[in-house]
Design a binder for this molecule. Structure first.
Ligand SMILES: Nc1ncnc2c1ncn2[C@@H]1O[C@H](COP(=O)(O)OP(=O)(O)OP(=O)(O)O)[C@@H](O)[C@H]1O
Length: 250
């Protein structure tokens, strides 16, 4: 549903962070953007969500040119961002976060998620409904960040480093939830620093290095040249144990 072509984006006009990035995300699966700190993952996701305006290239949504769109335009098209750093509202409770967030009117809807659906997805939040965001653990805050984004009934969820700083067991739980979202009708684009966790989660991987995007590579490493495969350390141990829903929407 969302694609970018030859995209150049930066914060200063003469110093682009992303160079000629081309990426096609279909309406299924989990797409991972893998890159080291500072590679430009957030820059790419923020451009998709309308927070940054490219200096060159195109953004297409359902085949329409939406280059330079603003966040409300992206939200109306069904793009929801679960941002790095979570950006929860400290004075609001968990229940408040889930009830004040609603899909914008006059927009393209994905699956509707009511509060009980979200508590089924994240049972740990059920006991925390009256707690304020700042009283939650890091893992609970991340669950709430994803749950809040799902309340927008997205057609595509952008998740920026959702497992950053979390204990391995909590990170694994969140990865499982994200990997299952396409089965609930929500494709995902997730930015992650490590290829191993991305390979366990995603149906296709792209790698950002030096502002250039490589890939797609499927979860078996197909599509990677030898140098990139070595870089990713996509060994058999890194492969998912489930059968991945590899898609061919390009
Ligand atoms: N608001 C900004 N103003 C100027 N430069 C920025 C800004 N935000 C990010 N950058 C620069 O853009 C580059 C890419 O940053 P970005 O946050 O997109 O990377 P990232 O891959 O998400 O990194 P991380 O994993 O550390 O979050 C970095 O060199 C960063 O310093």
């Amino acid at each position: 549903m969302l694609s970018v072509s030859d995209l150049t984006v930066g914060y200063q006009h003469d110093a682009p962070v992303l160079h000629g990035v081309t990426l096609d995300m279909g309406s299924q699966g989990v797409h991972a953007i893998v890159g080291a700190n500072g590679a430009g993952k957030t820059t790419l996701l923020h451009t998709l969500a309308g927070h940054l305006r490219p200096t060159a290239g195109w953004v297409l949504c359902d085949g329409h040119d939406v280059t330079g769109w603003r966040p409300p335009d992206a939200a109306r098209a069904g793009i929801a961002l679960a941002p790095q750093g979570r950006r929860l509202w400290p004075s609001l409770t968990v229940r408040d976060h889930l009830t004040v967030t609603r899909p914008p009117r006059h927009r393209a809807h994905g699956r509707a998620w009511n509060v009980s659906d979200l508590l089924d997805l994240f049972p740990a939040l059920a006991a925390r409904l009256r707690h304020h965001a700042h009283q939650l653990s890091g893992g609970e805050q991340q669950m709430l960040t994803i749950a809040r984004a799902l309340r927008l009934a997205p057609r595509l969820l952008l998740a920026d480093e959702p497992t950053e700083g979390l204990a391995p067991a909590i990170a694994a739980h969140l990865q499982t939830v994200l990997a299952d979202l396409p089965r609930h009708g929500v494709p995902v684009c997730v930015a992650l620093p490590h290829a191993r966790s991305a390979a366990a989660l995603a149906s296709s991987l792209h790698v950002l290095t030096g502002g250039h995007l490589n890939g797609p590579i499927d979860s078996h490493g197909t599509g990677a040249d030898d140098a990139l495969r070595h870089h990713l350390a996509l060994t058999s141990a890194a492969r998912p144990t489930r059968t991945p829903p590899v898609e061919h929407n390009r």
